[in-house]
Design a protein around this ligand. Structure first.
Ligand SMILES: [Zn+2]
Ligand SMILES: [Zn+2]
Length: 98
């Protein structure tokens, strides 16, 4: 079996991924690892499950929880190059290359 080029386009970043493979394959695009604003590598975000961590200073309700903060339970990565930090909920994108 000979290797051939298989390719596919990531629906998120529109980049074309190319691998050499004898068969179609699923590749994971790494765009989820990078900030979509500045391109820096994102830092994995560890949710602080203490509700106080999500308190909005402008809100009197101390148990405002995540929905009053940009970071939420869906936050997977964060870029600290921005004020406020840029939170990303982007998950790895699987791209079919064929
Ligand atoms: Zn991508
Ligand atoms: Zn950034």
């Amino acid at each position: 079996m000979s290797l051939r080029e298989v390719k596919g386009t990531c629906p998120e970043c529109k980049r074309t991924l190319i691998r050499r493979s004898p068969v179609p394959l699923i590749a994971v695009c790494d765009c989820y690892l990078y900030c979509d604003i500045c391109g820096a590598e994102l830092t994995p975000y560890t949710p602080d499950l203490n509700p106080r961590a999500y308190r909005d200073e402008k809100n009197i309700d101390p148990l405002g929880l995540a929905d009053r903060n940009e970071a939420s339970v869906a936050t997977l990565y964060v870029c600290y190059n921005h004020v406020p930090p840029h939170y990303s909920g982007q998950e790895p994108v699987e791209v079919l290359l064929e």
